[in-house]
Design a protein around this ligand. Structure first.
Ligand SMILES: [Zn+2]
Length: 243
């Protein structure tokens, strides 16, 4: 993973968010290919016409050289790989991308390398730069949750195990439920088909679909599942820290 403190290292990453530090500096939070989530200082970017500034905005895909500090790393070089202009110039796409960046920020841990997460985000941003889709965020969330080990059961009832008509979806129970065992929220047959397609590797087909009641339903379920997962994760981290 990381080299010894006080050394320079290179990596490629996507800026998840930035915030101000002191008078002139900015902290940049990135998901990187090889070092997980990195929090680094971009010095002087707010004071001068720094060539860094515009390259280190949220969503920017950058190749970096960093100096590894004790608390925070320092950005010493930043070259733009992709600025995703098509996303920035479209409010809907920008909102979709922002939701994905936020989820990655909350799902990733500092200095815990997770190349799959990085690759998934870069892939999703490239897809979004190419064309918008009502299911781009939902598909990203479900894939992300599956990668984290949460893959809902969608083929049988999680209550009785029967291959019955599935009418409900319960995050706590881990998937779909029949009419007898039902709990959680109702799920329509169309939304269930979409969910199966997303998790069954038919992303290209799913992302080409126009908005419908079913895409809205899958989008809402994805948001709820992501919130549920993040809340549980934060709670378990909090418990570890109290030990
Ligand atoms: Zn059942």
């Amino acid at each position: 993973m990381s080299g010894p403190r006080g050394s320079l290292y290179r990596d490629t990453g996507v800026v998840l968010r930035t915030y101000k530090l002191g008078e002139a500096d900015r902290i940049v939070v990135l998901i990187t290919e090889r070092h997980g989530k990195v929090r680094a200082v971009a010095k002087g970017v707010r004071k001068t016409r720094s060539k860094f500034g515009s390259r280190l905005e949220p969503m920017s895909h950058v190749a970096l050289q960093l100096y590894q500090g004790r608390e925070l790393d320092i950005v010493t070089q930043a070259e733009s790989v992709d600025h995703f202009r098509a996303i920035r110039e479209d409010l809907d796409r920008f909102a979709h991308a922002s939701s994905m960046l936020e989820a990655v920020d909350q799902m990733s841990l500092e200095r815990e390398d997770n190349p799959a997460l990085y690759k998934m985000l870069v892939g999703a941003l490239r897809t979004l730069a190419d064309h918008d889709s009502p299911l781009v965020v939902a598909a990203f969330y479900w894939k992300l949750l599956a990668q984290e080990g949460f893959r809902p059961e969608l083929d049988v009832c999680v209550g009785c195990g029967e291959d019955a008509e599935l009418v409900a979806f319960d995050l706590e129970e881990g998937g779909t439920l029949c009419r007898v065992c039902r709990s959680g929220v109702p799920i329509s047959p169309d939304a269930l088909d979409l969910l199966r397609a997303i998790l069954g590797g038919q992303l290209v087909v799913v992302l080409a679909l126009p908005p419908s009641a079913a895409t809205r339903e899958v989008d809402q379920l994805a948001t709820r599942a992501m919130e549920h997962h993040i809340e549980r994760k934060l709670r378990s981290i909090g418990m570890l820290e109290r030990r």
